[in-house]
Every structure is written in C-alpha cells, then in structure tokens.
Design a protein around this ligand. Structure first.
Ligand SMILES: [Zn+2]
Ligand SMILES: [Zn+2]
Length: 446
C-alpha cells in the first residue's frame, strides 16, 4: 500500500519535472510562412469547394450545386487500368485504346467538363469547374498503389509500369497505344507527382492509410494530403476502423519531417451530397443521413471567382479544410481574420465562441484564439489550429511554418525573465521535495 502510494507520488513528481524542464527549454519563434499572409480579410471571397467525391454525372454535379458548392471537380478515376472506367471511355465514343488489355483502361480527361456531359455553369451556387481526377499511382514493379488528386491537370496521364514487364493483375504495363509523350507517362508514384506537377497540377495524396512514415519514399512529396474523407469517416463510425486518425497522423508527420508547407485537405470521396439517404452502400456503415453525408469540404479564400485565382489561393495554402458533421450544412465557423504578429498568431471568428486547439509537431501546444510565440516547446516546425464549434463542425487551418528565434548574442548574459526564474524555482523545489520523500521512504523501509 505504502509502496504504491510512493509510486503514484513519484509518477506525479516525474511528470511535473518533465513539464517544468520542457518549459525551461522553451523557445521563441517567428512565423516564417503564413499561408493566409496575402488574404485581404475584408474583401476575400469564400468559395466552398470539393476536389474528390466522384461527381462524374450531371445529376451529381447538380446535387453539389444545390449543396452550396462554388467549385467542384467533375471527376472519377484516371491514370490506368480501371475496368469500370474503360466502359465510360468507350461509351463516350472513344475507341477502345487497347482491346487486348484484359482489365481496361483509365478514363479520358473530362476537360472542359461542359464538353463531356457536365452542366453548363453557373448553376445554383456553382460558378466554375476545377480540372483534376483521382490518379492511380504505381509501385515500381507496376502494381497498383496510392491514389492522388491532380488539381489543375487537364491532360491525361497514364501509369505504364516498367518498360520490360507484361501485364500483372490490374496493372497495365509497357504499352502506349495513344502514343503519349514521356511527359504524360509514369511508372511510379514519385514519377506521377513529378510529371503531373511539371504539367501544372497541385497534387494531393489521397486517403493516406498507413503508419505515419509509410509514404516517406514518395519524392517529390505531393503538395497536400487528405486529412479527412467522409467515405473513410463512415468506415470509422460503423466498421471499427481508424482511418481519419491515421490520415491526420500522416499529415503531422510530413509537416514535421518533410515540409511545414504541405496542406491538409478534407473531401467527401464516395459519401457526398448526392449519396442517397437511408441504407448505406457499405454494409457496416451507419445509415446515411443528412448529417453524415457531405461532411468533408474546403473553403478557399479567393480574390475572384475563377480557376486562376483558385489555383493561386490553393498553392499558397489560403484555405481551410472542413469537417461538417451536422444536418445543417455550410454552417461551419467563419474565420474573419488571422493576424500574425511578432509574438503571436491570433484567429478571429464571426461567432467567437468556438474551442480553438493549437497543434505543433503532432502535440497540443495551446488553446484559445491566440497562440503566443515566445515560449513554445523546442524544435517545433509548425503550428496549426483546429476550430471546433461543439456541434460537429471543425475548421482546420493550414500550418504556419515556424522558425526558432536566435539565442541572445554571446557576451550579453541574458537576464532570465520572471517566468524562467519561476521555472527554475519549481525545478529546485521539486528536487528538494523528491529527495526529502526519498529519504523518508528509505527510512520507513528500513
Ligand atoms: Zn481513392
Ligand atoms: Zn475516390
């Protein structure tokens, strides 16, 4: 009994000590990149958008236009070897490019959308289309691997695998019946990112389900990663998986280890505004309700409602990823300004009553509308905020890249600030308490 009490005391003391010493080693930072730095908050245009939800028919586009979207991608899979989209290719009047390939072909590029069956715009809230598709990545051996979204890409890219392989399962290798140039053919995920980016795309790694380091080998790394997909959230809720936590862990990992300028994206994937209510398509999912469909989206801060402004805003990171788990849609918190100063980042919202949590290097580093920058944990690469309205809606800011402030110049002994002296006193006090209680315990044990 006595021993276990001592253990509890020791644990408590140890964690206080760790906390106190972490505070002692705290650093000051400046923001070296603010993704919202060019936003004119008074006049910015707020565009709710959807990059990835397989809105591949006119009726799905119409459903999005009635759900408050300003810009969407008229898309489904592309890249190679999708049996289901080979049929779409042929039914659209395109010749079957390679009848000898057993499992089909990637989809044609749906651009401009109005020439491929999409409604003419404007339509309800919908003002413009975004080029792009869900590209199928390849392993170096030609096997099917990661999916990526190619925002802004109007060309068809094709996964062809290695030059000397035959067909393997669903992978279509080493053939080029369309006579595509090398710039439009890729054999690996990394090559897909590099070639699509060279053609003007901004690439997003879709549904990154794996351990955080699982995607490290993709180089160049995509500009963004999905951190929320309604399709996968539905699995988590009904089928016991933990996709969304994994996606977010991947984001925090690559922000810390690769670049603090990798953006987080929320999408619907296969559970969107056009998904029928009631019985789900996936057996273990919950029933589809107004609340649990159409939950993943973006709000992009534009200077004008057009593709050029959209690409510039997305490239800069001037947007929010949004999770909206509520039957009332497009009602997420409105960020009215983000002010970055020498000593803090401050977020203002229209309601000003949300819970705001700050994350740095995957850990909670603060809460509330502002994050002081002068005393944060050491070695932070970035800080980002999650704005939760308590009713199922969360707005994720993009990361603010941090740079540690230089230490005081040598020869000028830094006068410790009062909080630092207090930290030192706390450490000293705890050490005394610990050594006294250790002596007592030793005495009573004898
Ligand atoms: Zn996918
Ligand atoms: Zn998808």
């Amino acid at each position: 009994m006595l021993r276990s009490r001592g253990c509890v005391l020791r644990l408590a003391c140890t964690s206080s000590l760790v906390l106190a010493s972490a505070r002692v080693s705290a650093e000051g930072y400046s923001v070296s990149y603010n993704p919202y730095g060019s936003v004119a908050w008074e006049t910015t245009l707020r565009c709710q958008s959807q990059h990835h939800d397989h809105a591949s028919t006119a009726s799905r586009i119409t459903a999005l236009s009635e759900a408050g979207y300003c810009a969407v991608t008229y898309m489904t899979y592309s890249g190679a070897y999708q049996a289901q989209t080979a049929a779409a290719w042929v039914s659209a009047g395109m010749p079957d490019p390679d009848p000898g390939v057993p499992l089909g072909w990637g989809e044609y590029r749906r651009w401009p959308p109005e020439e491929h069956g999409a409604p003419a715009l404007p339509l309800n809230s919908l003002l413009f289309y975004l080029p792009g598709a869900e590209e199928s990545g390849l392993r170096p051996d030609g096997g099917h691997t990661n999916h990526m979204h190619s925002l802004g890409l109007a060309q068809y890219l094709e996964g062809v695998g290695c030059a000397s392989c035959g067909h393997l399962r669903s992978a279509v290798r080493n053939h080029n019946p369309l006579g595509l140039p090398e710039a439009q053919r890729y054999a690996t995920d990394s090559e897909l990112v590099a070639k699509a980016t060279a053609l003007g795309a901004i690439m997003t790694l879709n549904h990154p389900n794996g351990l955080p380091w699982y995607f490290d080998a993709i180089e160049p790394f995509p500009a963004a990663v999905e951190i929320y997909s309604n399709y996968h959230a539905s699995y988590d809720e009904g089928c016991g998986s933990s996709f969304i936590a994994r996606f977010k862990a991947v984001w925090d990992h690559v922000l810390e280890t690769k670049s603090a300028r990798i953006w987080g994206v929320a999408v619907n994937d296969w559970s969107s505004a056009w998904t029928p209510l009631g019985d789900p398509a996936i057996a273990c999912w919950p029933q589809i309700t107004e609340a649990n469909r159409d939950r993943g989206k973006l709000q992009v801060l534009l200077t004008s409602y057009d593709l050029t402004a959209y690409m510039a805003a997305f490239a800069a990171g001037a947007f929010f990823a949004i999770e909206e788990n509520n039957a009332i849609k497009s009602a997420y918190p409105t960020v009215t300004s983000i002010a970055v100063a020498d000593n803090q980042i401050a977020i203002s919202t229209a309601q000003a009553d949300e819970t705001i949590t700050w994350i740095g290097n995957g850990q909670v580093i603060g809460s509330g509308a502002s994050l002081p920058l002068d005393r944060l944990p050491a070695n932070l690469a970035y800080a980002r905020a999650e704005i939760d309205d308590g009713e199922g809606r969360v707005v994720y800011t993009q990361p603010f890249e941090l740079a540690a402030l230089p230490p005081p110049p040598p020869g000028e002994p830094a006068v410790p600030a009062l909080p630092a002296l207090l930290d030192a006193a706390i450490v000293l006090g705890l050490a005394l308490v610990l050594s006294r209680s250790a002596r007592k315990r030793a005495a009573s044990a004898r």
